[in-house]
Design a protein around this ligand. Structure first.
Ligand code: PLP
Length: 440
């Protein structure tokens, strides 16, 4: 057996070796240039090779990289938590730091359960989620996710949490495409709560815009307002999984701001460090924190590297860089420009059924027939072929297909760094167009 020691995502596939990155570009060791049209996994939001971040990283590392959180707090972690509370809507004033988006959503689940326990509601421990969703790869996070390929080997170990339909307007789960939206998909939450009993439910979790499992599926206006109303009526916490959407990606610092709704708990990841270090956070409101402050005074979660000073200093500098360079506004403006360009592609290519998303989190869904919206056979789906063709031509896009087997889903996410210029968007779209042409 040939051994090369590193377990790569697909073991029989060759991967180019990364050499370096600069702005929206990545370069392999053969000198080939790639446009990072998806910011990796919707992560590298300020682009590659930003020296301000390297300097902040070095400065903190010179002082101390790691001091265990049970022994010390740090200026960097304190400042980061304060900064996030200033940026977040409402009274989301508290941050618990972890290392990945999965840990952030899993911690959100645990904090929601602990919140109710501290108030004496021991049975409120179920989490309702949407089937079309991805909240992470750890067992708790997977239990809340409907991402079939990532779940299926572990189903016997997963919690059987209740789920409801996603607000998937292109394929309305209530067939309201023509008769008009009645927000039935939001009302499903109420039906699920009544079925399971609010005395058994801690929280409802949702990605503001659905990413990995569907390709930037964006809800209709009024959806989250209705969801929040239902959560309040039945005393259920609302967790927004902003791991993909948070920190400017959609043209607002937090995507929930598009709908003026303040969740009780927010999970953050990816954009928090823009890929410069692993760090993520679970943010909670004063109301959620209160019984814990009065009760056990300790959140039962955390990891060795939680709140380490090095990652905190890096994240703090990323947030400052985003503000200094007005990148949230850039995401909105460049997003509108890219959206129009993608609509232009949809006019040319019949296989593009839907263009959607907000800011620089955009998605294309492919169909073999536009009128009937027939998806491509998911076994041979169009997405993997398109992603490979684009990669060969020097463009990275993110596949979101195959998550919702048997329902629909052959989609890609296009989410370049927020620093992208209009000329670079033109170049990105040109390569995408050439890749689509080869599939015709
Ligand atoms: N939540 C959402 C919405 C995500 O998109 C992801 C990753 O794609 C996760 C959670 C899990 O994050 P991580 O891969 O950092 O564990």
């Amino acid at each position: 057996m040939e051994r090369n020691h590193l377990i790569k995502p697909t073991l029989d596939q060759d991967y180019p070796t990364i050499s370096h990155g600069n702005g929206i570009y990545l370069y392999d060791t053969d000198g080939k240039q790639y446009i990072d049209g998806s910011s990796g996994a919707v992560t590298a939001s300020i682009g590659h090779g930003v020296l301000d971040i390297v300097e902040a990283m070095t400065e903190q590392a010179r002082k101390v990289s790691f001091a265990y959180r049970s022994h010390f707090t740090s200026g960097a972690a304190e400042a980061l938590a304060k900064k996030l509370s200033e940026l977040a809507p409402g009274d989301l004033n508290w941050s618990f730091f972890v290392n990945s988006g999965s840990e952030a959503t899993e911690t959100a689940m645990k904090i929601a359960i602990q919140h109710w326990q501290e108030k004496g509601f021991e049975r409120k421990n179920r989490i309702i989620s949407r089937w079309t969703s991805y909240h992470g790869i750890t067992m708790g996070a997977l239990s809340m996710s409907g991402h079939v390929p990532r779940r299926k080997r572990f189903v016997p170990l997963l919690e059987d949490f209740p789920s409801i339909s996603a607000p998937y307007c292109y394929r309305c789960p209530h067939n309201n495409e023509t008769s008009g939206c009645k927000l039935n998909c939001a009302d499903e939450l109420e039906t699920a709560i009544q079925r399971v009993g609010s005395e058994n439910i801690a929280a409802f979790i949702a990605e503001p815009i659905i990413g990995a499992s569907a390709g930037a599926v964006t809800p209709p206006d009024g959806y989250y307002q209705r969801i929040k109303e239902i959560c309040e009526t039945y005393d259920i916490l609302f967790i927004a999984d902003e791991v993909m959407t948070g920190i400017g990606r959609t043209g607002k610092m937090f995507a929930m701001e598009h709908w003026g709704v303040t969740p009780d708990i927010i999970a953050l990841g990816k954009g928090m460090s823009a890929g410069y270090t692993p760090i993520a956070a679970t943010m909670i409101t004063d109301r959620v924190m209160e019984p814990i402050l009065k009760g056990s005074k300790s959140i039962m979660a955390g990891h060795t590297y939680s709140a380490n000073p090095l990652s905190a200093a890096i994240s703090l500098e990323v947030l400052s860089y985003i503000e200094r360079n007005d990148l949230v506004r850039a995401a909105e403006e460049k997003g509108q420009y890219l959206f129009k360009k993608l609509q232009g592609l949809a006019e040319k290519f019949d296989i593009i059924g839907d263009v959607r998303g907000k800011g620089l989190l955009l998605g294309l869904e492919f169909v073999s027939d536009r009128v009937s919206k027939t998806p491509f056979d998911l076994q041979i789906g169009l997405t993997p072929r398109l992603v490979n063709k684009a990669f060969a031509k020097g463009l990275i896009i993110y596949p979101a297909a195959g998550a919702i087997e048997g329902i629909a889903g052959d989609a890609v996410i296009i989410s370049p760094p927020l620093i992208i210029t209009n000329e670079e968007i033109d170049r990105l779209v040109k390569i995408l167009e050439a890749s689509l042409e080869e599939l015709q």
